[in-house]
Write a protein that binds this ligand. Structure first.
Ligand SMILES: Cc1cc2nc3c(=O)[nH]c(=O)nc-3n(C[C@H](O)[C@H](O)[C@H](O)COP(=O)(O)OP(=O)(O)OC[C@H]3O[C@@H](n4cnc5c(N)ncnc54)[C@H](O)[C@@H]3O)c2cc1C
Length: 399
């Protein structure tokens, strides 16, 4: 394999770095304190060298390849730069959610055209992916939200939590079961439009340790009625193949997004290391040579561990662009990068002493923001379980 990302990608990466530092980072504290995207978010995102989130750049690699054949690798490389300035653009930029991927995987061609047909033309309907419930996250087969057929409609009942963009999305991909006794075989994906009677936003933004600006909503479905063809994959025949793949679609969607989550974590980890290194360099005259030597050792070791994570992520990109699913490599990257980046944020704070905890510096914010990366899109434990099951030949039953 080649370790290079190509000249064009490198040129774009440098442009992204410039944007991240000049435009994104100055708004980081505002995003943290206001519990909403910065007021100038739209203006800053319009200046971003790429028009859409790298997660969506790679939604349809076959359709979006630019001739270099490295859509995934490019997307992962640029994703690091999205978060190098700060985390707020990660979920704020156009095409940042994973819902379009789920729709593309599960929809019939007519449904795909209706719900995400504009994607190729740069037209987005804000969307959300609603899988997690109060009693269901890692184990997708435990979905308790029900969908019961009533004539020409499905009737949805249940609730979803921590749904990113759920409060304002125009369309929400809701995973619900048509037969709880069937476990994962009963799970289907349904398109619910905002304003559907019986669909309400119970809480618009859950209060969290970090990622304050990112809305994660609690949603309720109380006899919410939607047309039959809002079941993704529905072809008019309940026993048809398309509708049977709800859990598969959810897990494939997460397999697609996990490397991007790992890359985003690396961006923040690198930002924390560089921030602390700059601070130490400016204050080195105050340290004894022994303390300076310990700091140098810590910075070097954080940096090489982050580099290891980076190469694991880029390897996934390289394998995907070569046509491999890279399931095991994806789980390894998702299991490895977030804890390494989290450790880098923690050590960066420690190296700065009491200043590291001060709101005058961003490392304390990044230390709070990074915690979620080991949880969402499949926790670290679940990734290790997936790796172990593949090694043991048992297959993975969880997301
Ligand atoms: C900011 C944020 C945004 C989010 N956005 C979305 C979104 O847009 N859509 C959405 O659907 N969800 C979203 N989530 C939810 C997130 O994906 C889940 O929290 C995550 O998948 C874990 O599921 P859970 O919370 O139900 O944890 P659980 O599955 O209850 O797990 C709890 C703990 O038990 C461990 N565990 C569980 N099963 C096993 C096992 N078999 N072996 C070993 N350990 C195990 C887990 O690793 C974890 O540490 C978001 C969460 C946050 C915080």
């Amino acid at each position: 394999m080649s370790f290079g990302v190509g000249e064009e990608t490198e040129r774009m990466r440098l442009q992204m770095r410039e944007w991240a530092l000049a435009d994104v980072r100055p708004l980081a504290r505002e995003a943290d304190l206001s519990h909403a995207p910065p007021r100038r978010a739209a203006e800053v995102l319009a200046k971003c060298p790429i028009a859409i989130s790298p997660i969506s750049m790679a939604v349809d690699p076959a359709g979006e390849r630019d001739g270099s054949g490295n859509t995934y690798l490019r997307g992962l490389t640029l994703m690091e730069e999205v978060t190098y300035g700060d985390m707020w653009p990660f979920t704020t930029m156009p095409g940042a959610t994973i819902a379009p991927k789920a729709i593309k995987l599960l929809a019939t061609s007519e449904q795909a055209e209706r719900w995400v047909g504009g994607l190729e033309r740069g037209v987005y309907r804000t969307s959300a992916f609603a899988l997690t419930e109060p009693g269901c996250g890692s184990d997708v087969s435990k979905v308790a939200t029900t969908a019961v057929r009533d004539g020409d409609e499905w009737v949805l009942n249940g609730s979803k939590i921590f749904c990113t963009h759920g409060a304002f999305a125009e369309i929400v991909v809701v995973f619900a079961t048509i037969d709880r006794a069937a476990g994962r075989g009963g799970v289907r994906a349904f398109m619910v439009e905002s304003g559907t009677p019986g669909f309400t936003v119970v809480k618009a933004n859950e209060r969290k340790l970090g990622l304050h600006w990112q809305d994660t909503a609690t949603l309720a479905f109380d006899d919410a009625r939607i047309p039959l063809d809002h079941c993704l994959g529905y072809t008019g025949d309940d026993s048809g193949d398309g509708t049977q793949r709800g859990v598969w679609g959810a897990l494939e969607t997460l397999t697609h997004s996990r490397p991007f989550v790992a890359a985003a974590a690396i961006g923040i980890g690198q930002a924390a290391i560089d921030y602390a290194a700059d601070w130490v360099a400016a204050n080195r005259h105050e340290y004894t040579s022994k303390r300076l030597s310990m700091i140098e050792d810590a910075i070097a070791s954080m940096n090489w561990r982050l580099h290891q994570a980076r190469y694991m992520v880029r390897r996934v990109g390289w394998l995907r662009d070569a046509g491999h699913t890279a399931r095991m490599e994806t789980s390894m990257a998702k299991a490895y990068a977030p804890p390494v980046a989290e450790h880098a944020c923690l050590r960066a704070m420690q190296l700065m002493g009491p200043e590291g905890c001060s709101k005058d510096h961003l490392v304390e914010k990044w230390h709070r923001d990074i915690r979620i990366f080991d949880i969402w899109e499949g926790t670290g434990q679940i990734q290790r379980l997936t790796i172990a099951r593949q090694l043991l030949g048992a297959g993975s039953g969880t997301g």
